[in-house]
Design a protein. Structure first.
Length: 110
C-alpha cells in the first residue's frame, strides 16, 4: 500500500474541508451557531466536507495500482476522522465562532 499517498491525501482533504466549511460558516452567517438556525443551509453545508472526502477517495483510487478499493476506503475514512478532529480543534481555538450549542445547553447558560 502507498501509505504516504493515503496519509497526505487524507490530511490535505481534511484541512481543505474543515477550513472551507469554517470559512463559509463564518463569512455567510457570522458563526456556526447562526448557521444551525437555518435548517436547509445547515444540511447543505455538510456537503462541503463530504465532497472533499469523496474526492480524496477517488484521488487515491486513481493513483494506486493494487487494492484500489481498499486504499480509497482507507483514505476516505481517514479524511473523515481528520476532518472531525480538525473541527474539534478549531472549535476549541475559536469557541465564539465555531461551537454549536445544543438547545438545552443554551437554556442552562442563561
Amino acid at each position: 500500500m502507498r501509505w504516504r499517498l493515503l496519509v497526505i491525501t487524507s490530511f490535505a482533504a481534511a484541512v481543505v474541508a474543515c477550513g472551507l466549511w469554517s470559512t463559509l460558516a463564518i463569512a455567510l452567517f457570522g458563526s456556526a451557531r447562526e448557521l444551525v438556525r437555518h435548517d436547509w443551509f445547515s444540511f447543505a453545508s455538510a456537503a462541503v466536507p463530504l465532497v472533499f472526502i469523496i474526492y480524496a477517495g477517488v484521488f487515491a483510487y486513481r493513483h494506486t495500482a493494487r487494492r484500489r478499493k481498499t486504499q480509497a476506503m482507507i483514505t476516505a475514512i481517514l479524511a473523515l476522522f481528520l476532518t472531525i478532529g480538525f473541527y474539534l480543534a478549531a472549535s476549541q481555538m475559536f469557541p465564539n465562532r465555531l461551537v454549536i450549542m445544543q438547545s438545552d445547553q443554551g437554556a442552562r447558560a442563561r
